[in-house]
Design a protein around this ligand. Structure first.
Ligand code: MG
Length: 383
């Protein structure tokens, strides 16, 4: 039995992880579940999965949940320290990190430092502090297995060759709902339109990021650190059907791709079960259902956010923290009606160019740049 803690349990990946864990009760014991402020949903999930402890990082939400607790219910831990204490539980050897945003970084670092299997859906941890996270994992022997579907695909493809045999990584992108929209149309995109993704069901921030291609920008940075491959050996292709989840080209010219229907439960199953594969109940994939798989070059003029990822991956240091911090605030401002859709990439480019760059940052440097970027964009959007 593997003891598992799920962080961000009430979000999109977290609830799908709960389904996977429930289907594999014979293999996994759920040792802890954490959420930001969705107390009632967290408690219901904990009761269903017979989980002994939960944590809410928002103390007010924890206070509000207390009257609902009955004898036999899980122990409630409070605040960011409460969340970290779940990661510390000796009975938990796997941490599924599905928190949204750079707020997930402390728990990711803690899991890596404690030598846990880190099933990483929180790409921001890698984007903001990839080298620090990698160093913590190497020191403890922790294994990081990506849940992000593209990176999970690459992780699988890399098993077909040796590290020195890799020529390049090819990340696929759906292209989002505005793949063929012209500039005038992009300037008028509303939050409701941006939240309708053609192929994947995901949380609001990543859905908007998919529409601007900034999600792919962050994934380029994530791949750079996760697989230790320089930016000039990473490529992005648009693949609207989201069936080929990514590819690896090897030095002999062989290209290995990983395919499947777009369903986050597949990478969740992979990251929890690795190196074994957990059986899925879904019907067998029939390639004849997809008679047209298309691949095209991304339009870097209409979607300037993509190149920011390559730039940040090339520069390293605090560039990822600046880009991600700016994007988190810019997306929130767009969803609140305070920033145009096409301005998200503009303000991110500005933050990336102007931030106080540190080439070999400590955790404090990274957090300082993250805060700087948030303040910059907040001030800009309130002007
Ligand atoms: Mg992805």
């Amino acid at each position: 039995m593997t003891g598992v803690v799920v962080l961000g349990a009430t979000g999109s990946v977290g609830t799908q992880a709960a389904d996977v864990l429930e289907a594999h009760r014979d293999r996994f014991r759920v040792e802890g579940l954490a959420s930001g402020r969705r107390g009632e949903a967290l408690l219901a999930m904990a009761r269903r999965l017979r989980c002994p402890r939960i944590a809410l990082s928002d103390p007010e939400a924890a206070q509000a949940l207390r009257p609902s607790l009955r004898p036999g219910d899980p122990e409630l831990r409070v605040g960011p320290e409460g969340v970290l204490s779940l990661v510390d539980e000796p009975s938990a050897t796997t941490v599924l990190q599905a928190t949204t945003g750079a707020a997930g970084l402390p728990a990711s670092l803690r899991a890596a430092a404690r030598g846990k299997r880190l099933a990483l859906a929180n790409k921001e941890s890698m984007v903001v502090a990839g080298p620090l996270l990698g160093a913590a994992a190497r020191a403890s022997g922790a294994e990081i297995v990506p849940v992000d579907s593209e990176h999970c695909a690459i992780h699988q493809c890399l098993r077909a060759g040796r590290p020195g045999e890799v020529r390049r990584l090819v990340l696929t992108a759906s292209g989002g709902p505005f793949l063929h929209a012209d500039r005038a149309r992009l300037a008028r995109v509303t939050p409701a339109e941006a939240l309708r993704h053609p192929t994947w069901a995901m949380g609001p921030r990543i859905t908007v990021d998919s529409a601007t291609l900034l999600n792919k920008a962050l994934e380029v940075i994530e791949a750079r650190w996760l697989f230790d491959v320089p930016a000039d050996r990473i490529e992005v292709v648009v693949h609207p059907q989201s069936i080929v989840h990514s590819m690896v080209e090897f030095v002999d010219g062989s290209v290995v791709a990983q395919m499947g229907p777009p369903d986050m439960r597949t990478p969740i199953r992979y990251a929890l079960g690795f190196p074994e594969r957990l059986p899925a109940e879904r019907p067998r994939f029939d390639v004849r259902d997809y008679s047209q798989l298309t691949f095209l070059a991304p339009d870097r003029e209409r979607f300037p956010g993509l190149d920011l990822g390559f730039e940040a991956a090339r520069r390293g240091g605090t560039a990822g923290a600046a880009l991600n911090g700016a994007d988190e605030v810019a997306v929130a401002a767009f969803l609140a009606g305070g920033l145009g859709f096409d301005a998200i990439a503009t303000v991110c480019a500005d933050a990336l160019a102007r931030h106080p760059f540190v080439p070999h940052p400590t955790l404090d440097d990274v957090l300082r740049v993250d805060a700087w970027a948030r303040e910059e964009i907040t001030a800009r959007c309130s002007r």
